[in-house]
Design a protein around this ligand. Structure first.
Ligand code: ATP
Length: 274
């Protein structure tokens, strides 16, 4: 809903402890945390703090989570806005939302602005010439975003993080120096990383002794962090429905089955649409 378009979230309880299997990406965003915490250390030497950082990776790999963790680690406000919601708006509304967002953020600096699904507004302008109405809106929103990015000082203490699954689709204007000129890539987790993600999501769960993270990680190749979070919650629901005192391996296997069935259904729908 549009009411949640610009949201200031409380991320103070989200930290790097909640993020697993993204060591390299974490290392890169740690620098942003340092900028936000101690800007003087950098500006004293004449260093320019980046304004925009693009998080690139498949759905569910933790882009939003990582952005929230940056705000949580730095203890700064977190403003979010989702690109896909602009497409449904009347012409001019998107641009004014972007203006409001940056105005709010600058008042609360140091802070993070997070733009999810930036591809929805930042898609290459030559494409999608069919939907002219939606395109006008997209273009005015994108232009406003570019204006805002160029408008604030490099060291104003506002860092804009954006997420996309498709960096190749983005308007090159977004990627120019001083805008989103830094890219951080997130990949689907490998075996070891999936095990680490299971560890994070099993923390609050009551498990029996049969549960083996390594085994479950081996059963879930190609799964994203979001899929694994889903499995853990689904397993807990299954065990609860069965009135069990603890969650066991069979609950996890049933949960994996369900998630796989859901993923298959989704990919069928996607292939029907194409
Ligand atoms: P999308 O592109 O679909 O918006 P995303 O990359 O932003 O996805 P998130 O929304 O961050 O993915 O992930 C959804 C949820 O999945 C997180 O809130 C978290 O519970 C879990 N998750 C995803 N990746 C990880 C990870 N690396 N470590 C721990 N949990 C993860």
């Amino acid at each position: 809903s549009t009411a949640t378009l610009i949201e200031k979230e409380d991320t103070h309880n989200i930290t790097f402890d909640d993020v697993a299997g993204l060591d390299e990406a974490e290392l890169e965003v740690k620098e942003i945390v340092d900028f936000l915490k101690n800007p003087g250390t950098f500006t004293r030497l004449g260093a320019k703090i980046p304004k925009g950082v693009m998080l690139v990776g498949p759905p569910g790999t933790g882009k939003t989570l990582l952005a929230r963790a940056v705000a949580g680690e730095a203890q700064v406000p977190f403003f979010t806005i989702s690109g896909s919601e602009f497409v449904e708006m009347f012409v001019g509304v998107g641009a004014s939302r972007v203006r409001d967002l940056f105005k709010n953020a600058k008042e609360k600096a140091p802070c993070i602005i997070f733009i999810d699904e930036i591809d929805a507004i930042g898609r290459s302008r030559s494409r999608n010439a069919f939907f002219t109405g939606a395109n006008d809106e997209r273009e005015s929103t994108l232009n406003q975003l570019l204006t805002e990015m160029d408008g604030f000082e490099t060291n104003a203490g506002v860092i804009v993080l954006a997420a996309t699954n498709r960096a190749d689709m983005l308007d090159p204007a977004l990627l120019r120096p001083g805008r989103f000129d830094r890219h951080i890539y997130l990949e689907l987790p490998n075996l070891k990383e999936r095990e680490a993600i299971f560890t994070v999501h099993m923390r609050p769960l009551v498990l029996d002794k049969t549960v083996d993270k390594h085994f479950l990680a081996a059963q879930t190749p190609g799964f994203s962090g979001a899929d694994i979070a889903n499995i853990c919650n689904e397993a807990a629901l299954i065990a609860a429905r069965g009135k069990k005192a603890q969650i066991g391996t069979t609950d996890f296997l049933e949960a994996i089955d369900r998630i796989v069935a859901g993923l298959e259904k989704k990919s069928k729908i996607i292939s029907l649409q194409e």
